[in-house]
Every structure is written in structure tokens, then in C-alpha cells.
Design a binder for this molecule. Structure first.
Ligand code: PMP
Length: 309
């Protein structure tokens, strides 16, 4: 364990104060970057951190890079190896969040040709426990439309597109809610501000498909597997109307940060009976024990990291 965090920048492990970029950096001005959010959970019994689906996050990062013309020259496996080394260097007995960021690092002014701009890669870690403490949250339907694929593709985790998230989240908090649900430009509810959405109605589970202006979440995929294989529920991928949200038996949001977060109220409409519903409750508990390395399920999703001796 070190006092100062160690960060990765362009091939080097550096102390926090050395891992810096100039204010001229293109990505700072124009949002020309892509990123990931990965979690590693501390398991006290095993005295180990369990990093969750690291290589899958890097597969998505490499895919995101294709859209913004960033060539990292590193495979998802190589990026995973670097990240495991970084986690070891910053090991602590608490949950950790890992932030890889690939970005255009040339000076900003006068160049919008993504192909001609130099790219950089940074990876760093922060301590992070549960992001949302409440058992069930209140959401609004945002007046901000989710950015469409032919504007800034949500399929890629593009830094600049998170202004959309920030506007929606700010409106939501100022309005007295906990979280925003965003609609696409056809009026379908597609996502939370940084989560995928699931709706339960009459024993069936629904979620928007990958072609509906969503980030195809890794938690979404995990939760689909748990719903189908462990809870024996079918998951139907289709558009969700706004009115279906109000009439749902259960709604829950999923994401690396938010984990599984049940929604119990949408704009004053009580969801189900206003308590966390049985599917939400079960999936939330199952997900938490899976990511903490407390089950035998999907061992391929977990990388066990122990304190280097
Ligand atoms: N949608 C958006 C817009 C997000 O920012 C996130 C968080 N990365 C998600 C969905 C959930 O994705 P994941 O489960 O891969 O974290």
C-alpha cells in the first residue's frame, strides 16, 4: 500500500502529482475521450479484492475507441494486465473504482480531425463504496433527450456525451428527485442518467434493446444472466413507453456505479406498492454477493487480487 496513489499514463506508472496533462489538451476542450468505470470489491474473509469483468470493460473501451479514432495499440488482455498491476500498486482493504480514460491529448485549437490527433491513455483508481445508499429511489422523466446514435453514439462511452447525463441529473436533483430517466427522440424511456433500466410487469422483465440509444451495460448483461439463469425469468428486449413506467410492478436501474438500484416512485406515481419489489430485491442481493466473490456463480467474471507480499 502507498500513501500517494499510483496512476498509469501513457506506458508509465507515476505518482499522482506526476500524472498530469496540459490545459491545452484537446479532450478537455471538446470532450474527445472515451472512458470506463470498473469496480473491484474487497472481500474481508479472503483478504482479496475481486475485480469485476475487467476484460469485458476493456473490450468495450476498445470498441468506443473505434468511434473516436483512438488507436491504443493495446489489446483488452494487455489493458487488463496493466490494470491488475495498477490495482496491486494501490491495494487497500476497501472497495475500489477504476477509471480508464483514452483521450485526444494534442493541443486543442484549430483541429477537429480525430484521425490526425494524438491519443493518450490514463488509468487510475479511487476508493468507492456504495454510490447510492437509499434502498429505493425517486425518479423523474427528464426533459433532456438521450443523445441519439447519429449525434453522439451512446453505445460508446464518450466523455463529451456525459454533458447529457449531467444536465439530466442536475434537473432531477433540483426537482427533488434522486435520479433521471431519459427518453429517446421517439419518446421511449431508454436509460437512467448512468444506468440501464429494467421493468417488471406481470412476472416478465423488459429492458430496451442494444439499438435504442443505450450504453450496452456490463451490469445489464450480468443482470440478464442472473434473471434468466438463476431467477428463471424471461427478459424481453423491447422499447419501453413512458406510460409503461408509471404502470410497472417494479423498476430497477443497473450500472457499475449504481449496482442494482430499485426505483419506487416516478414523478409521484408509486411503483408497485411503493416498496422494493421481490425481483428487484432478489437480483440486488444476488448481484452484490456475486461481485463480492461470495458465490460460485460466473467465476470467469471475477479476478482475485491479493496484497502483494
Ligand atoms: N448507461 C450509461 C449512460 C452509463 O453511463 C452507464 C455506466 N457505465 C451504464 C448505462 C451502465 O453500464 P455498466 O453496467 O457497464 O457500468
Amino acid at each position: 500500500m502507498t500513501d500517494k496513489r499510483i496512476m498509469y499514463l501513457d506506458g508509465q506508472f507515476l505518482s499522482e502529482d506526476k500524472a498530469v496533462v496540459p490545459i491545452t489538451t484537446h479532450a478537455l476542450h471538446y470532450g474527445t475521450g472515451v472512458f470506463e468505470g470498473i469496480r473491484a470489491y474487497y472481500n474481508d474473509q479472503e483478504k482479496a479484492l475481486f475485480a469485476f469483468r475487467v476484460e469485458d470493460h476493456f473490450k468495450r473501451l476498445v470498441d468506443s475507441c473505434k468511434i473516436v479514432c483512438i488507436d491504443l495499440n493495446l489489446s483488452p488482455q494487455e489493458l487488463t494486465t496493466i490494470t491488475i498491476e495498477l490495482i496491486k500498486k494501490n491495494f487497500s482493504e476497501s472497495d475500489m473504482y477504476i477509471r480508464p480514460l483514452a483521450f485526444k491529448s494534442d493541443p486543442a485549437v484549430g483541429n477537429f480531425n480525430l484521425k490526425s490527433l494524438k491519443s493518450s491513455l490514463a488509468i487510475y483508481t479511487v476508493m468507492m463504496g456504495r454510490m447510492i445508499e437509499k434502498e429505493g429511489i425517486k425518479a423523474n422523466i427528464s426533459s433532456w433527450t438521450r443523445v441519439p446514435d447519429n449525434s453522439i453514439p451512446p453505445r460508446a462511452k464518450i466523455t463529451g456525451a456525459y454533458m447529457n447525463t449531467c444536465l439530466a441529473k442536475t434537473e432531477s436533483i433540483l426537482g427533488g428527485y434522486d435520479e433521471a430517466l431519459l427518453m429517446d427522440n421517439r419518446g421511449h424511456v431508454v436509460e437512467g442518467s448512468a444506468e440501464n433500466i429494467f421493468l417488471v410487469k406481470n412476472g416478465k422483465v423488459y429492458t430496451p434493446s442494444a439499438s435504442e440509444d443505450i450504453l450496452v451495460g456490463i451490469t445489464r448483461d450480468t443482470v440478464c444472466k442472473l434473471l434468466q439463469n438463476q431467477l428463471k425469468l424471461s427478459v424481453i428486449e423491447r422499447s419501453l413507453d413512458r406510460s409503461e413506467i408509471y404502470q410497472a410492478d417494479e423498476i430497477f436501474l443497473v450500472g457499475t456505479g449504481a449496482e442494482v438500484t430499485p426505483v419506487i416512485d416516478v414523478e409521484g406515481r408509486i411503483i408497485g406498492n411503493g416498496d422494493v419489489g421481490p425481483v428487484s430485491k432478489e437480483i440486488k442481493e444476488l448481484y452484490r454477493s456475486l461481485v463480492h466473490g461470495q458465490t460460485k456463480l460466473y467465476p470467469e467474471f471475477l479476478t482475485k487480487i491479493i496484497l502483494p507480499t
